[in-house]
Design a protein around this ligand. Structure first.
Ligand code: HEC
Ligand code: HEC
Length: 337
């Protein structure tokens, strides 16, 4: 909880939150559990030091000159209550977010540089390859409200954000957030846009699966994501041109292939969609190959190749074992290779 984002929250909203916690949330008896905040994080006083050193001068939100009401509202929600930067902004080695708002530089919302609970939060700026540059404001609003749009689906840490928070926002607030995010410039304006290329899909249709990872893709993934990587609208996300697939850091991709994911149903999109996990049957080399395959097919140009070692590192994490149904990690297929 050292979220400096909340320092910009207005007095009115802070009072409303206080009233809600004091009167709207019933108390429960709480025993000491592992989930309690452990020492030393349980001490509050070091936060004062952390704040003065790393997050000084955070001021209450002020609309900027020339900013209309909707844009200011979107910026307020993203910088403040939405605390989107807590996951989506890279952190420096002392753990503070590198920028708390766009005025502080283009690191703001440029994507996490270290995984949080095993997921990397993607770039929300206007970058053409791994950011939201190719999404329309409507695509974005749709995604925020329902966790899905025609091409993609929320997964990992983002499903909680949609399920427990964004699905309840008013349409005006969702549109304001989408409009504000679309106003952010690219972190790397030189990124090329996406150019689809059907060569790989053509080869698969002809039965040519000689590209590394292709055979695994056809066996394990194509039933849902299709041989052309376009998925099925609103059910199975497209992998072709998907910014998450093209991000430099492949941790989230390795993670979802190992454990699968569940997009919960929400108010405006009640069906839940599930991707099974493959960690129990694909070894590290196969996972690396299939991830590289989706990053370099159909026009995708993911830059950094994934190695079996990268996969082994993600597989060691406890959340992978838990989501694989508490499988003994030593007994997983990769341990036998
Ligand atoms: C708990 C961490 C966390 C928080 C807080 C969070 N996100 Fe995310 N977000 C993620 C992760 C992880 C992903 C990557 C997985 C995915 O694409 O769903 C993501 C993905 C996204 C995407 C999809 C990007 C793409 O290229 O597919 C959008 C849009 C997004 N977040 C917007 C937001 C907004 C707006 C907020 C604040 C209201 C927010 N997020 C807060 C973790 C978070
Ligand atoms: C049974 C259908 C199914 C199969 C088989 C399947 N997936 Fe998925 N995939 C999904 C669904 C549904 C989601 C969305 C999950 C979520 O939102 O948590 C998803 C999400 C993804 C994502 C995240 C993209 C995004 O924007 O949400 C990637 C990457 C991915 N799958 C890759 C693969 C790979 C690689 C394989 C094969 C090893 C595979 N999938 C097999 C259904 C499937």
């Amino acid at each position: 909880m050292p979220y400096p984002s909340y320092a910009v929250v207005s007095d009115e909203d802070m009072q409303a939150l206080y009233a809600y916690f004091m009167h709207g949330v019933a108390p429960v008896a709480q025993q000491n559990k592992e989930s309690d905040i452990p020492w030393p994080l349980s001490m509050r006083w070091p936060l004062a030091i952390w704040r003065t050193v790393f997050a000084p001068n955070v001021k209450a939100f002020q609309p900027k000159a020339g900013e209309d009401k909707e844009l200011a509202r979107g910026r307020y929600l993203v910088e403040g209550l939405g605390h989107c930067g807590a996951c989506h902004t890279p952190r420096s080695f002392t753990m503070q977010e590198k920028a708390l708002n766009d005025a502080k530089g283009s690191d703001y919302l440029a994507g996490s540089n270290a995984p949080i609970d095993g997921w990397t939060a993607s770039n929300l700026r206007g970058d053409n390859r791994d950011g939201l540059g190719r999404w329309s404001q409507d695509d974005l609003a749709q995604f925020l409200r329902t966790g899905r749009n025609d091409d993609t689906a929320a997964f990992g840490g983002m499903t909680d954000v949609v399920e427990h928070s964004l699905q309840y926002l008013s349409e005006e607030d969702i549109n304001a957030i989408a409009r504000y995010l679309k106003s952010l410039g690219a972190k790397d304006p030189s990124q090329a846009g996406f150019q689809p290329d059907d060569a790989v899909a053509q080869a698969l249709w002809k039965g040519d699966d000689s590209k590394p990872g292709a055979a695994t893709y056809v066996d394990s993934c194509a039933a849902c994501h299709r041989t052309d990587g376009r998925g099925y609208k609103r059910f199975f996300p497209a992998l072709r041109g998907n910014p998450v697939v093209l991000a430099d850091d492949p941790t989230s991709l390795i993670h979802i292939v190992l454990t699968g994911g569940t997009l919960p149903g929400v108010k405006d999109a009640p069906s839940s969609v599930v991707m099974p996990g493959f960690g129990w049957r694909l070894n590290d080399n196969q996972v690396a190959d299939v991830v590289n395959f989706i990053r370099t097919s159909w026009g995708n140009k993911g830059e950094k190749p994934v190695t079996a070692h990268d996969v082994a590192e993600v597989r060691k994490e406890s959340f992978v074992a838990e989501q694989q149904g508490n499988v003994d990690i030593e007994k997983l297929p990769q341990a036998k290779k």
